[in-house]
Write a protein that binds this ligand. Sequence first.
Ligand code: AMP
Ligand code: MN
Ligand code: MN
Ligand code: MN
Length: 283
Amino acid sequence: MSILNADLHCHSFVSDGTVSPEQLAARAAANGVELWALTDHDEIGGQRRAAQAAQANGIKYLTGTEISVTFAGQTVHIVGLGFDADDPEMLQGLMDTRGGRGARAMEMSDGLAKVGIRDAYQGALRYVGNPELISRTHFARHLVESGVCKDTNEVFRRFLTEGKPGFVAHRWASLKDAVQWITAAHGVAVIAHPARYKFTANEEFALFSEFKAHGGQGVEVVTGSHTAAEYVKYGETAREFGLAASRGSDFHSPDESHTDLGQLPYLSGGLRPVWDLLADRIR
Ligand code: AMP
Ligand code: MN
Ligand code: MN
Ligand code: MN
């Protein structure tokens, strides 16, 4: 069924969102979301709370996460949906993926110090909800609040992207491992916001082909990170690769996110919704 207000991508303060799983569930319900997944980066510590809050708010729930992967020298995000949140290999894989974040954050801080921004690590830590999950987003919030930049977009542009002083190249999980953790835990792997990557056509083709070969089954088509033209483009890509389509806001914060929970166009009728593959995993 395409006409379903499903929001299968968002973040709580268990990763780099600013609100709790309970606040997200209430907001999703108020916005008319019928099927929801909390997809914190590299972390499933919020899943139990999210599932309970979904039930309390009368909305359906799928387990979720968004895994950081390195592919062809870039960071790609793979969303996992409907997996068993107690699966030991999944838990271990996510823990390993989170593992490098502390040292990376200190290196980022050293880079920022070289351009006169001191103690950024300590500053960013004040915004962290989960000590294992310090991310660039927390540095961005700190640099906005301390008056260095006017918004987080400016922070990323001037300081936190490749070639900029606070950027630290990092090796995340492999595509193969991320897809296999998800599928071995009986979930469905989904390529997140494909239009956000800066791949050549050949690299993008390789991403989709290898993802599919490893057992990946879905791609985000309607997301807060895509334009209307990109909904069409990646709808075609989904059909071309025989992938199911997903829909999600990528909501992080009431103050920062331009797309609110559930406030997106429906998937087009010609696409197979990813939730059709997960009917028996919906709670
Ligand atoms: P990390 O996992 O530490 O590399 O941080 C990645 C996160 O930074 C993403 O999940 C987004 O939430 C955020 N992000 C990336 N690029 C931007 C941007 N241009 N503006 C605002 N937030 C961004
Ligand atoms: Mn994020
Ligand atoms: Mn992402
Ligand atoms: Mn996300």
